[in-house]
Design a protein around this ligand. Sequence first.
Ligand SMILES: [Zn+2]
Length: 366
Amino acid sequence: MITDQDLKVLLQYQAKHPVLSIYLNIDPAAGNADAYKLRLRSMLKEVDLPTDVAAVTRYFDHEHEWYGRSVAVFSCAPEDFFKAYSLAVPLRSRVRVSDRPYVKPMADLLDSYGGYGVALVDKQGARLFSFHLGELREQEGMMGESVRHTKRGGGSQRPGSRGGVAGQTAYEEEVADRNIKEAVGFATRFFAENGVRRVLIGGTDDNVALFRGQLPKVWQSLIVGTFPISMVASHTEVLEKAMEIGREAEHRREAHLAHIVVTNAAKGRGGVVHLEDTLKAIHEGRVQSLLIRDGFRAPGNRCKSCGYLSSLPMESCPFCGGKPEEIPDAVELAVRQVMQAGGEVEVLSKDQAIKGFEQIGAILRY
Ligand SMILES: [Zn+2]
């Protein structure tokens, strides 16, 4: 599990030698350890840093425990720098050699899935959870005085109440009120201790509203969702809810990028959409962020001399006149070229409709 502190260390790491960064998707749905290692080997083939490649291979062969859904590894062997993180959230496999650790995918992950606090509330107490990057980090519960089964009707009647059923109700409300206040105090302490940046509240509409109403403004502003759930829900159910909200946050971030692409492309400045224009911009080294639709593939041609990619048939390369060859997928090569040039690659989910954006586009450097 990675924390903001780990990220800071990686961000501040100043290397005098190239740093190898690897993200390996190990989603159990997509294979087993042998399949992941095969994928890793093919990724490492492109890397010309033998000692780092050896360090990474050694790590996966002997030290790594195959749990979670992706692994991030950073290696700078000449400086004896090696870090590996198992992540419970799936990330796309990728490799990069750069003058610093490539942390953007992890920063995005923290942005979408970091620091969730969940409170399940009713009139008697609260169950609190803190989730970070898809893992349960802390769990606590508090139980106030029982609200429903109390027999003491008269003891704490409000002034003017007549006792009997009305007195009983008033007393129950008073206990519930006290319990919720206590739960709020308990929750805010728990959230603060666990570095919570996003708050979710689960329970009946009624109880959620009561709890929310008592929450200090600063915590109220961090509420990202409320949902109905049983007070005895398992932490897996609660985690699933938090992950769902995380995915939504991720989708919003991607949608925002797609909107910038479309807006810039429409203005004719700083953005392109459609495959051919994007491939041309990549060849010119202008792509800062490449955005592709998940699963998008397109056969095409590549110039054997300068590497120019096109989805269209070409007699000779429009850039250098070189001979083209047919390739099964121009998109995969485009992704690789962008990453090698230091650009970002973002994947937009299949079902997310963005007006003006179809399969591929990019934000340009100039
Ligand atoms: Zn060419």
